[in-house]
Structure formats: C-alpha cells, structure tokens
Design a protein around this ligand. Structure first.
Ligand code: ADP
Ligand code: ZN
Length: 718
C-alpha cells in the first residue's frame, strides 16, 4: 500500500491537504503491518493515524475505545465524511447490535468501535473470527497501565488480540507520555517489536496565563467580555463552587451551566449535549467534565482554582483548541487553594507514600503558578521535553518580569517576621508591612514593631509576589505544622544580618485587569477584517441551522478552521470550496451548495452597496452575465475591457460553472488551439500563442480554449 493512496484519502474523506508531523510515518508503519505505539498530545491528530489505513485497506478496522460518548462522536464524525463506521457497546439494543453485525458481515463497515468489555467477551469471538480485520487500534491505551491515572482492568485482557490474531497490526495510541506507562502498554498488549512515535507535547496555539486569584470573579467577567459566544470550560474545586459560579455568571449575562458528579445522569448528558451543540457556551465543572468530549472548538479553559498537579492541568487545558486555532488557558491561583488541597490530602485515605507524592506534585503545581519563568518551558520541561527559549505566548513572555535589587524589601519582610516572634502567616505579614488597621494587629501589638507600615511602597499583590519568591529561593519557610507561620531560614538570616544581597523579580507596573484580560485591542479594524467577521458570523449561523437539521454537532458539520478559511477566501464554486481545509467530497455534496450560496449572496450584497471585495470580481461579472447582461454591457458598467470581462467568465467556466461557450469559440478552433497548448507552459501567456497562430485566432478564442483545457483536466484528475 503506498502513501499516495493515503494522501488521496486524506483529501477525499477529510478535506485536508497535508499530513501533520509523524502522521505519514505512522501510517506507513501500519501499512507495513507493524505494531505501533503513538504518543501525541490531545488534539495532535491521533485518530487519522488509524482512520486513514482503515479507509484505504480492504476489510474492517477494529477500534477499542473506553468511552461511549467518544465512540458516538467519532462515528458521527466519520459518517459525516461518508465513511461507513459503527460502534458496539452496552448502549445498543439487541436489535441495533444485530443490524451492526449484519452490516459488518456484508463487508459494509470500515471502522468498528467497540468497548473493551465487549471485545473480550466470549459471545463476541465468533463474529470477530469471521471478519476480515485490517488492524486493531487501541485508543486511550494508557488505560492498560496500573501506573497511569486512568486504569481500566478490562484493558489488561486485550493481550489476547496479539495471541489470537498474530498477523494483524496493532496500533496503540495515548496522550500520556511517561516512560512507565509506555513500557506497560507494550508489554501488556504483547506488541511485537513495535515502532514508537512520540510527538511534541507542545500546544503552541494555546496561550497560557496565570493570575493571582484575588477578585477572580471580576477578572473572569473581564475575560469573558471579549469572548462572547465562545465555548469554554471553567474548572472549579468543589461542586458548590461550580453551581454558584454558574449562577453568578448567568446573572451577569454569560450563559452558563454546571456539571459535577452529583448532578443526575440525565441532566449531566443534557448539559454535555448543550455544550457540544453550542447551545450553552460556558460550563462550570469539576474535573469530571471534559473526558470523552471531542469538541474541537473549545476556545478557552479556565482553572478557577489551582489544579492538583501539572499532569491534570495540562490534560485539562488540552481540551482547548483541538482545531489548532488560537485558544486560551487561564489559571487563577491563591495560597488559600494550596492550603485547602493540602488539608484534603492530609485527611485523605491514601497511605503515607501516596500522600507524600501527592503533596510533592501539588507543590510543583504551585511553584509553576508562582515562578516568573516561561510557562510553556516550565511545563514541557516537567514532562521531560526540553524546550529552549521563550514561547512568546504566555503571560511571562508577554510581560517579562524586571529584576531589581530586592535586598531592602527582603530585609523589611524578614525583620517583620523576626519581630513578631515568627508568629504570623503570609497575609498578616503583608498587612503589617503595609500598616493596615486590621484588628489582629492591634491585639498583638504588632503596630508597635519597627517595620509596621514600612512596606507601603508595594501593593498587597506585589508583596505576595515578593514573599513567594523569597520562599522559593529559601529565605523564608512555612511551618505547615504550626498554623502556617513564616520562619526566617539561615539563608534569610544572611540577608537580614550580614547584608547579603538578593535580586528579585518585580512585575511590571500592572495594567488594570480589564486591559490585561481582554483580547488585544485592535485600534481600527481594517475593512477586510470587518468583512471577514461579518461573513464568518453568517456562516456560523448557517452551520448551526444545518447542524440542527442534521442532528449532529456544529463542529462535526464544519470545524471552526473550515469556516474561518471560508470567510477569508470566499469560495464561490465547487472547485474553490473543495480547496478549503476540512471540505471532504461528502461534505461538498451535502453542504457545499448551501455554503456557496450564502457566500455568493454576501458577495453580491457587498458589491451592490459599493464595497470592494478582493478576489470576487470574476463572480460579480458572472452574476451579471447570468442575469442577462451582455459582455459589452458588463464591460461598460464595470469599467473594464471586454477582454477582462471575458477572462472573468472564462475563470468561472474553468472552475466548473456551466456556460455555453460555442458562441465565442467554435469546436474546430477549440480543437486546434488546444492541440497546440502542450507547446506552451502554464499559465499559458496569450501573446505567444496568438503569435504562434499568426493572429488566426483572437485573444478571446485562445482564452476560451485554455479555459476548456483546464476544465477538462480538472475533471480528469478527480
Ligand atoms: P487527538 O485524537 O490526538 O486528540 P484528533 O484526531 O481528534 O486528535 O485531531 C484533532 C483535530 O485536528 C481534529 O479536528 C482533526 O480533524 C484535525 N486534524 C488531524 N489531522 C489533520 C491534518 N493532517 N490536517 C488538518 N487537520 C487535522
Ligand atoms: Zn512563554
């Protein structure tokens, strides 16, 4: 099987022009019948690695998938592209299952999704034995590992596949990269000398922002204002937190709903459906939400509270921007979050070792939030992927900290800690430094110590920022076993008593939250930009209407990428719309007309109101011609030469529009001119051809012959 066939299938069934990095190598490996392990981040494009072989090879590919919702989503997506796919799991009635089995036996199904329980069950074996299986794909393969975070015992029985079907390639796919899990997958599945493909885990289209959690609701509102109608998930710590946040957001006019483990199942699926179908843009959820949702146009993920560890953080933000378009990950953190998690871990059931591990991961999470280092670099390094340089798409890179001689500031803080007898925590210390009138200060006579009010030059947040750095570089520590009071370390004493210097990072003068959180303001949008946005809104509307009719999610009908490209390039013919990413042949058949019609209407309206649209001129001519105007009339009205008008019409003809051309070009002249075309090269300059025939044919005739030649060639390559 060669890769050209794979590329052709990529275009035909998915409407994509190119494979992403590694996809082609992986597919070649599967074609070679070899076992394969694929590690790619969420949104990396794993599915195509087995779907392309599945549609090009003869037989059926069996895909093991742990989640019913995910199977449904995948099968819907494939069907929308005209690929016969089906699933078998516990959600099917006996009748439905029999239908699927019949379709399988008739050789009609190219991809069969099954749950692991079903696949290993005894009564499934006879069917399995009778099918012509091309490959086994094990999705979410990390579920096989007891070390992983999502262990599923049924997965461990999948080893029978290699034993029972030794010649059939197995491709295991996961977004969990650690070495232990990797080894486990290979050994548990009994893969034979597999090729392992590891993609970069960077998700450059997701911008990473971390903010201190003070006034987070107002910050949240600011953030949402510039993201009206976009889909997003807000992760909260508690069930109550989800509910109250959703309520507050609704009260402020941001349509949202909540989702957590105690919401009854029926209501949970409704919330999920409404999110998928763009009816509810915002979901406030505990981490239970998002697993098994393949929605490609989630534009932001917010952590309203600190996540428990970087693994969770990265997995959750990975749900944003699967379509590759710019998306946001915003994280709020506070010291209070850290403390409440710590308490939860302490009081939890886990053994001492487990607790220590959890605490260590939590610390790392908090450090990530606090450290003034490029976020992407920090997180990728944590996952063992070296990342050099600055990403340019995180809050630290966009607003780099300034370092200053922090000795005096540190001395003030250290001195205040010492003079309170090391009896205060972070917040009270800041209040002392800033000279607050808080009651506790007077109760303990802290207003009488020398450093009371000595730190007014820094704001509250600035002090927290400075103190956390002092904590990280070891000038102070926190007595977790003693009300979280601050202590001066030996290193701190050197600063306080020996005059040792320390350099600290100071955030730049902070813009107001409203300026920081909103999308960068474009001073004045260009005409082209406005036109694009207007058309995009119209196409989105059309997508929603049609998706409702078809009973599929809008992003399955066309992705955001596809609509963006349409609004930019304004395809006006079948040939043009086929060049848009994500327009497969099937989708052209089903939806092409409706979208082309909408774009044409847009173009005509704009041109009627005198707006200029680049790249649409040939269509405007065509429309006038189809409305009965002669070439001369159009030339007069539009102020072009008749040759230009003729050229517009020829362009439309080339792209498949039905026009009678006999009146401009006789069949004989057509034959003769086309016969000579191979002597010349694209883009067929008219003058040399004109000269070649010693002026026997007019420029118009030559132009038409070229158009006819190109049109025929287009149809031939299809
Ligand atoms: P994963 O399973 O790794 O999370 P998916 O297979 O769902 O990722 O792919 C993520 C998105 O990327 C989907 O919207 C998919 O259509 C798109 N995609 C995958 N491969 C390509 C490609 N070669 N060209 C363009 N888009 C692609
Ligand atoms: Zn960065």
């Amino acid at each position: 099987m060669n890769l050209n066939l794979a590329s052709a299938a990529l275009k035909k069934y998915f409407g994509f022009d190119q494979f992403r990095p590694l996809q082609a190598d992986i597919i070649r490996n599967v074609f070679d019948g070899k076992d394969t392990l694929v590690l790619m981040p969420t949104g990396g494009g794993k599915s195509l690695c087995y779907q392309i072989p599945a549609v090009t090879l003869e037989g059926v590919a069996v895909v093991v998938s742990p989640l019913i919702a995910l199977m449904k989503d995948q099968v819907e997506g494939l069907s929308a592209n005209g690929i016969p796919a089906a699933f078998i799991n516990s959600s099917l009635s006996l009748d439905q299952q029999r239908n699927v089995e019949n379709a399988l036996m008739a050789g009609y199904v190219k991809l069969l999704y099954v749950s692991p329980e079903k696949l290993v069950s005894q009564n499934f074996q006879p069917l399995l034995k009778r099918l012509k299986i091309t490959l086994f794909a094990i999705d979410e393969a990390h579920c096989i590992s007891a070390w992983g975070h999502d262990f599923r015992p049924e997965y461990t029985q999948l080893r029978f596949l290699k034993a029972q079907f030794p010649g059939i390639p197995v491709i295991a796919l996961t977004a969990t990269a650690d070495k232990l899990t990797r080894k486990d997958i290979i050994s548990q599945l009994g893969l034979a000398d597999p090729s392992v493909f590891i993609a970069s885990f960077d998700r450059p289209n997701i911008s990473l922002t971390v903010r201190p959690g003070q006034k987070r609701f107002e910050q949240m509102v600011d953030f949402l204002k510039s993201r009206q109608n976009q889909s997003g998930i807000i992760y909260c710590l508690s069930r109550k937190g989800c509910e109250s946040l959703a309520e507050k957001l609704n009260a402020r006019g941001f349509k949202s709903d909540f989702y957590h483990a105690e919401v009854p199942p029926a209501r949970r699926s409704k919330v999920q459906e409404d999110f998928i179908n763009d009816r509810t843009p915002i979901i406030c959820a505990t981490i239970a939400f998002g697993m098994g949702i393949d929605k490609s146009n989630v534009r932001f993920v917010v952590h309203y509270n600190l996540p428990r560890n970087l693994e969770g953080y990265y997995q959750e933000i990975g749900r944003a921007g699967r379509d590759g378009l710019a998306s946001d990950a915003l994280l709020f953190f506070s010291y209070a979050d850290l403390l409440s998690y710590r308490e939860m871990i302490d009081q939890g059931e886990a053994g001492a070792e487990q607790k220590a591990l959890k605490l260590a991961k939590l610390e790392r999470m908090y450090q990530f939030a606090e450290a003034p280092v490029c976020r992407r670099k920090t997180v990728l390094n944590y996952f063992g992927e070296p990342y050099d340089g600055q990403c340019g798409n995180c809050d630290v890179c966009k607003n780099p900290p300034r370092h200053f001689d922090g000795t005096v500031a540190a001395q003030k803080a250290l001195s205040a800690i010492a003079r309170t007898g090391q009896r205060v925590g972070m917040n009270l210390l800041v209040d002392i430094l800033r000279g607050s009138n808080r009651r506790e200060i007077f109760e303990h006579n802290y207003h009488q110590i020398k450093t009371y009010g000595a730190g007014k030059e820094y704001g509250y947040d600035d002090w927290l920022y400075l103190l956390s750095q002092m904590l990280h570089i070891g000038l102070i520590e926190i007595a977790y076993d003693d009300h979280n009071c601050l202590r001066v370390t030996d290193e701190g004493k050197k600063i306080l008593f020996d005059g040792k210097k320390v350099s600290l990072a100071m955030p730049l003068a902070k813009p107001k939250p409203s300026e920081r959180m909103s999308a960068p303001k474009v001073v004045e949008k260009s005409k082209t930009q406005l036109q694009k946005e207007e058309l995009l809104a119209r196409l989105q509307h059309l997508r929603r209407e049609m998706a409702i009719q078809q009973g599929i999610p809008p992003y399955t009908l066309f992705s955001d990428v596809t609509l963006q490209q349409m609004s930019e390039r304004r395809p006006l013919t079948d040939a043009e719309i086929l060049e848009i990413e994500g327009v497969s042949e099937r989708k052209l058949q089903l939806y092409g007309d409706a979208f082309i019609r909408e774009i044409r209407r847009f173009v005509l309206e704009k041109s009627a109101s005198g707006e200029r649209l680049t790249g649409s001129t040939h269509f405007i001519t065509y429309d006038m011609y189809m409305n009965g105007k002669s070439v001369e009339e159009i030339a007069g009205e539009r102020g072009f030469s008749t040759l230009t008008i003729m050229n517009h019409l020829a362009t439309m003809y080339e792209r498949g529009e039905l026009l009678q051309i006999d009146q401009w070009l006789s069949p004989e002249a057509n034959d003769i001119i086309q016969g000579a075309l191979p002597l010349f090269e694209e883009p067929f300059p008219l003058k040399p051809i004109f000269d070649h025939f010693s002026e026997r044919y007019s420029y118009d005739e030559i132009r038409w012959a070229i158009a006819d030649y190109r049109r025929a060639r287009e149809t031939a390559t299809k």
